[in-house]
Design a protein around this ligand. Structure first.
Ligand code: DGY
Length: 363
């Protein structure tokens, strides 16, 4: 069953997409402003900054826009800066810095940008704002994929998947011990969320099927009462979240306020049996302190889809730990999610070009 919030959100996105389709400038239309924008054949020039952006979004843009596409992988910055010159819109696929350098290279005619991501920590948002360029991103559509992965990590970290696999590799299969590789129960657990937006709530919904006891969350603003009731959730301060949670899931954006908040002081306030999950951004955690907390068994284990830096070096000390499950930032990596992200990003760009509010504005 969908939560009320998710149903409303899905309906909203569907309506917005329908509305967006209706409002976009189209070929052959008699509307005056549309004639103006269509006068040169294709209405606008749009740069797609990555050759692997799914076709769904590109097909939408193609209806009215001339597409220019960066071909290099990984992105060659010089190619990007060359191709961005003179474009009206940009679909920013990938996590290349979107900053004054790129905006200067584009020129003052740039009217619309959308990333293909939920997190926009690689965007200099104040700079985009200062230039009054509408900026979109793609939250919501990746909630389910990220939430599925978070539950996977939570089980893997609490039930010692990584450590267990290593015992096989190292010929240390010792199941003659009765208490071998015992993990933490999810049943009856208190699950604490640092950040409790769409992704956090999608994770809480899934964990309902695991008979957890309750949800605690730390956010700036309290979520709606109905959402609290649906998940048996209670807003608490950070110290309470740390002290009372059996599992802590980091699901907040990276900002100057959240950077490094999970440090030695925080780990020392957590239960020794606690499991930490991070599907948000690596820099929210002080990784050296996490290493120490895991190594010394100050906390039980961690499941990380995000690290600092990314990519993580294969020689990173975190990878030597039995009790750290580490993935290469694949939270949103499903075929359908990527396609949806490109569709939403394309609609954002088109709506920005048409002077309309974006489906998911980033500011
Ligand atoms: C996002 O979109 O922010 C996800 O973390 C994937 O980058």
């Amino acid at each position: 069953m969908r939560s009320i919030a998710q149903s409303v959100l899905a309906l909203l996105v569907a309506l917005l997409i329908a509305d967006s389709n209706a409002s976009l400038p189209r070929r052959g239309s008699s509307n005056q402003s549309q004639n103006r924008t269509m006068s040169a054949g294709k209405a606008f020039k749009v740069l797609v900054t990555h050759p692997e952006v799914p076709q769904e979004g590109i097909d939408l843009l193609k209806e009215n826009c001339e597409i220019i596409q960066v071909q290099s992988v990984p992105t060659n910055r010089a190619e990007l800066l060359e191709k961005i010159r003179g474009v009206d819109g940009v679909l920013w696929g990938g996590h290349e810095p979107l900053n004054a350098e790129a905006l200067d290279a584009a020129g003052p005619q740039l009217k619309s940008i959308s990333t293909m991501s939920a997190g926009i920590d690689y965007v200099d948002v104040p700079e985009v704002k200062r230039r009054k360029i509408p900026l979109g991103h793609t939250p919501t559509v990746l909630n389910t994929a990220v939430a599925d992965l978070a539950v996977g990590l939570l089980i893997a970290a609490s039930r010692r998947f990584h450590e267990g696999r290593k015992t096989i590799d190292n010929d240390k299969w010792e199941n003659y011990h009765l208490n071998w590789l015992l993990g933490q129960d999810i049943r009856d657990a208190t699950v604490g969320f640092y950040g409790f937006g769409g992704i956090g709530q999608a994770i809480a919904k899934r964990l309902g099927g695991f008979d957890i006891d309750k949800v605690l969350y730390t956010t700036r603003r309290r979520v709606h009462k109905e959402i609290e009731e649906e998940f048996n959730a209670k807003k608490v301060d950070f110290d309470t979240l740390l002290a009372e949670s059996d599992f802590i899931v980091i699901a907040s954006p990276l900002t100057k306020d959240t950077q490094g908040v999970f440090n030695a002081t925080a780990f020392n306030k957590m239960k020794q049996t606690a499991v930490l999950i991070n599907i948000a951004r690596g820099k929210i955690v002080n990784q050296d302190d996490l290493y120490e907390a895991l190594k010394s068994k100050r906390i039980f284990s961690a499941g990380l889809d995000v690290t600092d830096p990314e990519p993580l070096s294969p020689k990173d000390k975190l990878l030597t730990l039995d009790n750290a499950v580490v993935l290469p930032h694949i939270g949103s990596a499903t075929k359908r999610t990527r396609a949806d992200m490109s569709t939403i990003a394309a609609h954002n760009v088109l709506r920005g070009l048409a002077g309309e509010p974006m489906l998911s504005p980033a500011y």
